[in-house]
Design a protein around this ligand. Structure first.
Ligand code: NOJ
Length: 542
């Protein structure tokens, strides 16, 4: 019996899940890349922080064309991350410390180095091995045009031509061929992969690109409506959020349910808010990230609306919301919130101007946003370094950029590396405690001042704020799933939880009076000398 047992309410309904971007977390062997044993060595830190579970980004064997989201073997660990035995030890050590493990599974595509694709690439046209992928004739007299006008998420055509003249589909990098989920072998193989990891004790799976598995079998061109290609938010999209997805997931759910101990499925589904509940039906995913909070600007009315919609939508299907402020695909919120609301943060690091960024406002708002998120009903995901208030690193030298987005966007976007710079653990050289060698992405000057060691010494640090918030969250206000809005100024976001915990965030231009209260439990940046809540600050009250 360990501390995971005996819960009456499934842990995931209110858990705080910490996202580990493995290659940037902790490097145990001095090769500059984070690894499984580095993570094992830091489990006490995560237990002390107070997280319920870890979501570990893909650790499978991979040529790393997209940071491991290009999987060559789903049943083995990438050697630069360690061995299968290391992963098994990690799962066991984490469980001993009361922490669950969520693996990241990538069913939409494999790597071009996966045995299946190597076979398909060289097999004769029409060979059944080709049917596991979307491999088709091109258009035009000699088939020299791609089969459709679809574009890859990373830029450029979504099709690449094989030496024999046919084309294969890749919604992401050309090293990530899309699997054909209409193929029975593909379905059977993933059922077996689920069991492989469940047998090794993982507590759940985050399913990558959950909204992309099914493609329109007629492969239509969308020439007349090119906006379809830039948005997943349109009805009857040829490859996003198609209804057929919901015929696949129940078989996964049945497998997961057959194991003991509340194992879960979490969907990464970037879909319209009204479509999200479809993924959360009782025979589908337990959770689906609510990205609307992450996408909302720092604006009280917008935040109230996304919170209200999220709580209601999840409740309608018996689930709870899954809140996210950042992850390894988006600009870190300490920088994002420092930019004006109408600035596109994906292109701003290239286009500037730099003066648009208000760094002080950014970190202040990020701290207030953390208190908002952690007071909401449902679960919350924290991206590594968020608890340190790390900023986006916007000035990585272009020759170190590793994200395929940089090349495929023709250098119009720097990509996601700025949120993936290895963590600072202390002030030491050469890698701020990340490892004994320089990190795979260079850490900026002064990174050590933001480190875990530095922030442990400072009672007002962002790390201490997160630790305190997680401890209070366990003590107050998580035993119910309700939220009641408080009648406060329009520039505020203020609500009460069933336990009595109240959260008030002030997004208006002036300090505000706090509602009547018995106790101030926590504030994101203190109160004014007259006891009011300043601009861009949040407080938890009883
Ligand atoms: C979503 C992942 O979070 C992202 O990092 C990856 O590039 C794409 N899926 C493709 O697998």
């Amino acid at each position: 019996m360990n501390r995971l047992d005996g819960l009456e309410i499934p842990w995931w309904r209110r858990g705080v899940v910490y996202q580990v971007y493995l290659r940037s977390f902790a490097d145990s062997n001095g090769d500059g890349t984070g690894d499984v044993n580095g993570l094992r060595s830091r489990l006490p830190y995560l237990a002390d922080l107070g997280v319920t579970a870890l979501w570990i980004t893909p650790w499978y064997r991979s040529p790393m064309a997209d940071g491991g989201y290009d999987v060559a073997d789903y049943r083995d660990i990438e050697p630069c991350f360690g061995t299968l035995a290391d992963a098994e030890q990690l799962i066991s050590d984490a469980h001993d410390q009361g922490i669950r493990i969520i693996a990241d599974l990538v069913p939409n595509h494999t790597s071009t180095e996966h045995d299946w694709f190597k076979q398909a690439r060289t097999a004769p046209i029409g060979d059944p091995s080709r049917d596991r992928y979307h491999i088709r004739d091109g258009k035009g007299a000699d088939g020299a045009e791609p089969p459709t006008d679809w574009t890859s998420v990373f830029g450029g055509s979504a099709w690449t031509r094989l030496p024999d003249g046919q084309w294969y589909l890749h919604l992401f990098a050309r090293e990530q061929p899309d699997l054909n989920w209409g193929n029975a072998e593909v379905r059977a193989e993933f059922e077996s992969i689920f069991r492989f990891w469940l047998d090794r004790g993982v507590d759940g799976f985050r399913i990558d690109v959950a909204h992309g598995l099914v493609k329109d079998p007629t492969f239509p061109d969308v020439g007349a409506a090119p906006e379809i290609l830039v948005s997943a938010n349109v009805p009857d999209h040829p490859f996003w959020d198609r209804d057929g997805i919901h015929e696949i997931v129940p078989s996964w759910r049945a497998i997961v349910e057959a194991y003991d101990g509340y194992r879960i499925l979490v969907a990464e589904a970037w879909v319209r808010p009204e479509r999200l509940p479809l993924y959360l039906r009782p025979d589908e995913y337990h959770q689906s990230f609510n990205f609307d909070l992450l996408k909302a600007p720092w604006d009280a009315a917008r935040l109230r609306a996304v919170i209200d919609d999220g709580v209601k939508a999840a409740a309608a299907v018996g689930s709870t919301s899954t809140w996210v402020l950042s992850n390894h695909d988006v600009m870190r919120e300490a920088t994002r919130y420092g930019l004006p609301a109408d600035v596109n943060w994906r292109t701003w690091p290239v286009t500037g101007p730099a003066e648009l960024l208000d760094e002080a406002a950014g970190i202040r708002r990020a701290r207030a946003a953390a208190l908002l998120m952690l007071a909401l009903p449902g679960s919350a995901y924290i991206y590594q370094g968020e608890e340190l208030g790390l900023p986006e690193v916007c000035d990585l030298p272009t020759d170190v950029l590793d994200d395929p987005v940089w090349e495929r966007s023709n250098h119009t976007q720097r990509g996601r590396d700025g949120s993936r710079v290895p963590l600072p653990w202390d002030r030491s050289k050469p890698a701020a405690g990340f490892g004994s060698a320089p990190a795979w992405l260079p850490q900026p000057e002064g990174w050590g001042e933001l480190s875990v060691a530095a922030q442990r010494e400072d009672p007002d640090s962002t790390l201490q704020l997160y630790r305190a918030a997680l401890a209070l969250r366990r003590r107050h206000g998580v035993d119910d799933e309700t939220l009641d809005w408080l009648d406060t100024d329009p520039g505020t976001v203020a609500f009460r939880r069933g336990s009595g915990l109240r959260c008030v965030a002030n997004l208006g231009p002036e300090p505000i009076e706090l509602p009547e209260h018995a106790e101030v439990l926590l504030t994101s940046s203190g109160l004014t000398p007259s006891g009011r809540l300043g601009t861009d600050d949040a407080a938890w009250l009883l």
